[in-house]
Design a protein around this ligand. Sequence first.
Ligand SMILES: Nc1ncnc2c1ncn2[C@@H]1O[C@H](COP(=O)(O)OP(=O)(O)OP(=O)(O)O)[C@@H](O)[C@H]1O
Length: 221
Amino acid sequence: MSLSFAPGEIVATLGVNGAGKTTLLGCLAGMLGWDRGEVRLGGEKLDRNRLDHRQRMMFLPGEGFHFGGADTIRNAAIFSELWRGIEAAPPIDMEEWLERLGLLEVAFSSVDTLSRGQRYKAVLLALHCADPEIWLIDEPFAAGMDARGMEAFRLLVRAAAARGRCIIYTTQFPELAARFADRIVVVGSGGIRLDEPTSEADPEELIRKLGNELGIHGAHQ
Ligand SMILES: Nc1ncnc2c1ncn2[C@@H]1O[C@H](COP(=O)(O)OP(=O)(O)OP(=O)(O)O)[C@@H](O)[C@H]1O
């Protein structure tokens, strides 16, 4: 497959189970190796061993990840230090996002002790604090967040895109992808099955088209 992504773009990646969505994200993040081809970052070949390359992106797995023992705020601060340097000040809107995500009550609780959805939100806050150029998010809409969390996620991602961040996420839900992405990429059979912007498309028509690509017959017809 051959794809390029631009700053400020929100891309939803779809595909049946095993199509290669997570593998694609892992390769873009430099976490997985590849047998053939290359990943280029602003024209430069991505080198998995270069910290400055890896710091430009973050891969968030579906189950999230965090630093054991750290509380919600400390965890976010660790991500910020690792990605932006020890001198970097945390974003000034940290409290606002704690509130929007519904995390104020657990701001000083160890992430280990949080519920699955709360833990995922804590990691999203950390991603916001790390603020890499490229956000690679695996299955955010299946990570156990409540409706408020998903709304906050959309706002967080839109704000990041407005700052020029490129966001690529995977999902199994055509409806969510059609309504929350600037572009949709469907992978499968070792290639790209569909790659198109959402701006011009009628959402219902797009959802039907995605349903066909993903082998859904009936429910969306
Ligand atoms: N470590 C691995 N070693 C060998 N094959 C793997 C490995 N990880 C994934 N695969 C294979 O690569 C293919 C793509 O897997 P991947 O996890 O990228 O799919 P996906 O589209 O994210 O699927 P899902 O929707 O189920 O999460 C699958 O056939 C899987 O079995």
